[in-house]
Design a protein around this ligand. Structure first.
Ligand code: FES
Length: 168
C-alpha cells in the first residue's frame, strides 16, 4: 500500500504546478523507486490534469518506471561487446547473489535486475549499470563486491510502499 501523504508533500513542495510535472514525478520516483498507479492518480488529482496526461509523461521518459525496479536497479548490458565479454554470465551471477531472476526486484525493494541495450561504453565491456553508476570490466568474482557497495548505502528498513509485488 502506497503512502499517498508522501505524494501530497511532494506536490506541496512544487506548488502542485503543471509546469513542475516532471520534477514532481522525478521526486515521486525517488520516493517510491517507481511510479505506482496510486501515485500517478494522486499526482493527477493534485495538479488537476487527467490521469492520461500524467501517464503519457510517465511512459514517455526513460527516467520513469511504472514497475518496481528496486532502489538500486542492476542492469547488465546486453549489447554485442558485453555479450561477447560474458554479460550473460554476469546476469547468472547477479541472479545467484541477489536470489532473484532477471526482471524481478528483491522483496525488500532494494535491488532490481534486468538487462539493457548497449549503454555506449563498449570499451569497458562487460558493463553493469546501477542507476547512474557504470561499472566496467566487471568480473564474475567481483559481483558480490559490487552488490555489497550498495548494500552498505541501503537503509536497513525499506520505506513504506517498497514491498510491492516483486515480479514484473
Ligand atoms: S555493448 Fe555493452 S556498452 Fe556497448
Amino acid at each position: 500500500m502506497v503512502d499517498v501523504s508522501r505524494v501530497n508533500e511532494i506536490l506541496e513542495r512544487h506548488g502542485s504546478r503543471r509546469e513542475r510535472m516532471i520534477a514532481i514525478l522525478l521526486d515521486c520516483q525517488e520516493e517510491f523507486y517507481y511510479l505506482p498507479r496510486e501515485v500517478l492518480e494522486a499526482v493527477a488529482a493534485g495538479v488537476k490534469i487527467p490521469l492520461t496526461s500524467v501517464l503519457a509523461i510517465a511512459t514517455f521518459f526513460k527516467a520513469f518506471s511504472l514497475k518496481p525496479i528496486g532502489r538500486y536497479p542492476f542492469r547488465v548490458c546486453n549489447g554485442t561487446a558485453c555479450n561477447i565479454q560474458g554479460g550473460p554470465l554476469l546476469v547468472d551471477a547477479l541472479e545467484r547473489e541477489l536470489k532473484i531472476k532477471k526482471g524481478e526486484t528483491t522483496k525488500d525493494g532494494m535491488f532490481g535486475l534486468d538487462t539493457v541495450n548497449c549503454v555506449g561504453c563498449c570499451g569497458l565491456a562487460p558493463v553493469i549499470t546501477v542507476g547512474q553508476d557504470v561499472h566496467g570490466k566487471v568480473k564474475i568474482s567481483s559481483v558480490p563486491k559490487v552488490i555489497k557497495q550498495y548494500q552498505s548505502k541501503a537503509p536497513a528498513v525499506p520505506k513504506e510502499g517498497k514491498d510491492a509485488p516483486t515480479v514484473h
